[in-house]
Design a protein around this ligand. Structure first.
Ligand SMILES: [Zn+2]
Length: 414
């Protein structure tokens, strides 16, 4: 069933929406998208979402963080009746020079799935919503999933308002400039109470589904992950007059840290990345007096991730380096009953974990029964213009979502 496709009407709707978005925020030089929170481009995307909601007669609400919710049916009546709604959707923003699929595929597929279900003549037994989460990538203000973190209370409104972009503009200023009141920001239990179930469809950010030969898969969990700061001390001196044997070169400790992280990650089946370094004084002809690196480590097994960090710590101890934990997020399990149900419903599709964070993870941690659907990405690449999914696979994703809606919001079994 995972290779079932959308109806001709659903196919047409999907194609039209995809074409609408194709040029919004596209950078002609890089071929990537630059869709950052609370910019003109973001405003255009939000207007587009509002227009799609209106065209379908869905009721649009905006929560305390500016996340947009388009409802088919009355979400508050469902809360009162004790059977809150089913929500689909994802985000429309992007990383710098991101691909077309990460985010928009989930939103467009959700709207197309509603069209499919309607065309089938089904009247849902509970309301169905589509969400456009604000500022998922954190590309502008540095905090990923800001939209879901604020409404769930994980990110405090004061901290959110004070976050600054590269030009020194605070989130509060950016919100004001886009016509929103930054004082509205805060936890929004009323909005969350309407979400009985959340299913986020997303392009896969790896090649597991391609390897397994499936167009669609269901998410099991988000891997535990963390960030560590490595500070290596040294002594500044002249590159031309200081003999090698008397140097205290911080770069050697940094190099050892990077290589040990890679080796240990291979050994323990984890992922380890050093993608950001800061070297003082940073001169071509000066020995470094201090080198700082940030290690990102993640993997399916938290103990294995911890072992990678311990190995790095051991290796850099010889250089008197300090390894400090900056963040640690334990594994996020999606609802196991829901996950199994959808995997079976879709004909026994693969159930896969992911190393990337999503709004679905934030909602799952807030206690909302949540899972994800992934659509095959043969390049395995994401956060880049090379991110890709075939039109057929995207339409299989729409059909899968429509099946999910029919199951989770269909008439009660006789
Ligand atoms: Zn995403």
């Amino acid at each position: 069933m995972s290779n079932r496709s959308a109806s001709p009407g659903g196919t047409l709707a999907f194609r039209r929406m995809w074409a609408d978005l194709e040029t919004v925020g596209l950078d002609a030089d890089t071929g990537g998208y630059r869709r950052f929170a609370w910019t003109r481009t973001d405003h255009d995307l939000r207007e587009w979402f509002a227009g799609e909601a209106q065209a379908r007669g869905l009721d649009l609400t905006t929560d305390r963080m500016g996340n947009q919710w388009a409802w088919w049916g009355d979400p508050d009546a469902a809360v009162a009746a004790g059977d809150p709604g089913l929500v689909l959707g994802s985000h429309l923003d992007s990383v710098p020079d991101g691909g077309a699929f990460d985010g928009p595929l989930g939103v467009v597929s959700a709207l197309a799935a509603i069209d499919e279900v309607r065309a089938s003549g089904l009247t849902p037994s509970r309301p169905v919503g589509v969400v456009n989460f604000a500022d998922e990538e954190g590309a502008r203000f540095g905090v990923a999933c800001a939209g879901s973190r604020v409404i769930t209370g994980v990110l405090s409104p004061d901290r959110a308002r004070g976050l600054k972009d590269a030009d020194g503009v605070t989130m509060a200023e950016a919100l004001r400039a886009s016509g929103r009141d930054p004082h509205e920001l805060g936890p929004d239990p009323e909005t969350l109470a309407r979400v009985g179930t959340f299913v986020e469809l997303h392009v896969e950010q790896g090649r597991l589904l391609d390897d397994l030969g499936h167009a669609v898969g269901v998410g099991s969990d988000i891997w535990p992950h963390g960030r560590w700061r490595i500070d290596v001390p040294g002594e500044a001196n002249h590159a031309g007059t200081t003999a090698l044997d008397v140097r205290e070169d911080a770069m050697l400790g940094l190099a050892a840290a990077i290589i040990s992280a890679r080796r240990s990650a291979e050994e323990h089946s984890c992922l380890a990345t050093v993608g950001k370094v800061d070297v003082v004084p940073g001169g071509v002809n000066a020995i470094a007096s201090c080198a700082t690196a940030w290690l990102d480590a993640r993997g399916a097994d938290p103990d294995a991730v911890r072992r990678v960090v311990a190995d790095v710590r051991d290796v850099v101890a010889d250089f008197d380096a300090l390894v400090t934990e900056e963040s640690w997020t334990p594994v996020t399990d999606f609802d196991p009953v829901l996950t199994r149900r959808l995997a079976t419903l879709l004909g026994g599709v693969p159930v896969i974990g992911t190393g990337a964070g999503h709004d679905a993870g934030i909602l799952a941690n807030a206690g909302v029964p949540t899972t994800m659907l992934f659509v095959r990405n043969p390049t395995g690449v994401s956060h880049s213009p090379d991110e890709w999914a075939s039109a057929d696979d995207c339409l299989s994703g729409v059909a899968a979502l429509a099946t999910v809606v029919t199951d989770l919001a269909g008439p009660p079994a006789a």
